[in-house]
Write a new protein. Structure first.
Length: 631
């Protein structure tokens, strides 16, 4: 059941630039309006009108009628391609929209499958005070006299044709629609919801996993697979082998036969390398790569040829093909050029996420920016696979909030067409830290990289944590400032002992005070639980770094007891793993003594822990007895 948070009208309408005391004479009176759709309205326009009605009814406490444009009313909200709208969608990108208003009319209209729906949610957010912060945290103000300005003239064109991220909320249809996500990896939009930009089959690491699988061919035809070192390995393909090209072409056509949607604006076939470094070094592949100065030479040549063959088959004009510029293929080729229907997904896995990507003093990011510019010279359809999560210690603080906005701006400024922001996609087993906050901010940034980032963060923190949000904002600002002191870097595989730099004892004490103030300010149990869950990341960092209550300078029982409480709270809140693909949290009580939380999923593997564990528990209890005598 979704939680609807009703906020004082004065707060929300002030934020939206509306007048609390406004009447219909001062603006367009929503409670007096009807919603108008075309007599032959598309299914997406009808759906958009229904969502608008749903939220406006909630706001004004009424029952707004939906009529067709063959009828009329004194106050109208026209949705979609009605005879009231003069919006011309031709030449406009899918998802583009307009919002216009006068004293008696509001017009919301858009282009493509997503335009009108995007316009409706933008209207609800910009002019009605609605916000979709999480799948379970939706702000809908109660205002029976809602008015909106009569001089709105707003037009929007999407910055990206493809936007995707993960975590729990981004798998929710309503959250994704409201915040402009268009990808189909983690949710599927119906045709009436505007559909999604979908992949035919798997969306990543498809070669030798989804296409030309080794279990089908390797035993009889090892030559289909990479010659790496001195042996054939079934973990990559030989991309210059003609029979491999025949097989992959046939398998792509077979997948399209089943999954092709001719009505979609675009569908993508992923032809992407397996997730390892075992590229082919046979003479033919080596020659192509050397000619191009990069292993992307064989990859782009291969994808170009599969795309040519599929298109020659006919009937697949809306199909495009994507491949990776990832690790050994990240550098652009010097000879071969991607076809117009080939997407290159450039991956930032090696980058530093404490510095912005355009920080010239960060050598890791300077190399990435050079690759982005070089690909931009030969490819008109670059997508980005970006990373916003610590995959090694996901429960721990990952202070990358200072770079996220600028990085998305860099993508937009370099003609990137699509962005996937990969975060804590396994959040169901590892829900701590600020994964949902990142999801919200990144969704909004992909809608508009130049929005008021600080205001969006504050809005989320306020809605999710209540009055305690301002203390958590200060904590985020402090930890962000300590992300890359002294030109250190922040990788997505950062050890928890190197996540924050130069945190002094006074800084740690101040952060402790901020969390205590946040908890004291909670007004509901939901807010308190959200605060306690996010605080796990701070407690985890202190435990890993032996700071605060986990300090080695305290009486041993104190830090053991702090570890026990952290361990129990993690289990109670459903945190089962600490990292991507990680092992489950151990049941070994000896972990209380072992203040390295990253080991709490792996420590209890050898037999001797069964022997040591009861001894450790007796010691722990004895120390507790002594401690309690003197305290």
């Amino acid at each position: 059941m979704k939680k609807i948070i009703s906020v004082l009208l004065a707060l929300l309408t002030a934020a939206a630039g509306l007048s609390v005391a406004a009447t219909a004479a001062d603006g367009f009176g929503v409670a007096n309006a009807v919603i108008v759709i075309a007599q032959n309205a598309s299914q997406t326009d009808k759906y958009a009108a229904q969502r608008l009605k749903y939220y406006l009814d909630e706001i004004i406490g009424g029952d707004i009628a939906i009529i067709t444009d063959g009828d009329g009313a004194s106050f109208e909200i026209s949705v979609g391609a009605t005879n009231r709208s003069d919006f011309d969608p031709s030449g406009k990108a899918d998802g583009s929209y307009i919002i216009k208003s006068s004293s008696d009319k509001i017009i919301i209209d858009g282009a493509g499958n997503k335009g009108t729906i995007n316009g409706v949610y933008a209207f609800l957010e910009k002019y009605c005070g609605c916000h979709w912060y999480e799948s379970e945290v939706i702000v809908v103000p109660e205002n029976g006299a809602l008015t909106v300005p009569t001089d709105i003239d707003f037009e929007y064109t999407p910055y990206f044709e493809y936007t995707e991220t993960d975590t729990t909320s981004s798998r929710d249809i309503e959250f994704s629609l409201a915040n402009g996500l268009t990808g189909g990896v983690y949710r599927s939009f119906t045709p009436e919801q505007g559909s999604h930009v979908g992949y035919v089959g798997s969306f990543a690491h498809t070669l030798a996993t989804f296409y030309c699988k080794p279990e089908l061919y390797f035993d009889e035809h090892p030559e289909y697979y990479a010659l790496h070192g001195l042996e054939r390995v079934p973990k990559q393909l030989c991309l210059t082998n003609e029979e491999v090209r025949d097989i992959v072409t046939a398998e792509v056509l077979a997948a399209l036969e089943v999954n092709h949607n001719p009505d979609a604006d675009m569908q993508i076939v992923s032809l992407t390398q397996h997730d390892n470094q075992m590229f082919c070094q046979c003479d033919k592949c080596k020659a192509v790569d050397e000619e191009n100065g990069s292993h992307s030479g064989t990859m782009i040549s291969f994808v170009n040829e599969i795309a040519r063959r599929v298109k020659a088959h006919g009937g697949y004009d809306n199909i495009v093909f994507d491949t990776f510029a990832y690790q050994y293929t990240r550098k652009a080729p010097t000879k071969v050029v991607p076809r117009e229907d080939v997407i290159v997904r450039l991956c930032s896995i090696e980058c530093c996420f404490g510095h912005t990507l355009d920080d010239e003093d960060c050598e890791l990011n300077a190399d990435f920016m050079n690759d982005l510019k070089e690909w931009g010279k030969i490819c008109n359809r670059i997508y980005i696979w970006d990373y916003v999560n610590n995959y090694r210690d996901t429960v721990c603080i990952f202070p990358n909030f200072g770079v996220m906005q600028r990085n998305v701006q860099i993508f937009a400024e370099n003609n990137v067409k699509g962005v996937y922001e990969e975060g804590n996609y396994y959040i169901a087993d590892c829900d701590a830290e600020f994964g949902e906050l990142r999801t919200y901010l990144l969704s909004k940034l992909m809608q508009n990289p130049y929005l008021d980032y600080s205001a969006e963060m504050d809005g989320y923190l306020n809605a999710v944590y209540g009055e305690g949000g301002k203390y958590i904002r200060e904590f985020i600002d402090i930890t962000t400032a300590h992300a890359v002191t002294n030109r250190k870097h922040l990788s997505i595989y950062q050890a928890s002992t190197a996540t924050l730099y130069d945190m002094k004892k006074k800084d740690i004490s101040h952060c402790d005070e901020l969390w205590e103030k946040a908890k004291a300010a909670a007004q509901t149990d939901e807010q308190l639980q959200q605060i306690l869950r996010s605080e796990l990341s701070w407690r985890y960092w202190k435990c890993a770094n032996k700071c605060g209550e986990f300090s080695r300078w305290k009486f041993p029982y104190v830090y053991m007891n702090a570890s026990e409480r952290l361990y129990n709270d993690l289990k109670e809140m459903g945190v089962r793993v600490f990292s991507e693909g990680g092992l489950p949290l151990s049941d070994c009580e000896l972990l209380y003594l072992y203040r390295v939380p990253s080991k709490w999923t792996t420590l209890y593997e050898e037999w001797f822990w069964d022997v040591l564990n009861p001894i450790a528990i007796r010691l722990y209890k004895a120390l507790g007895f002594v401690y309690n005598i003197f305290h």
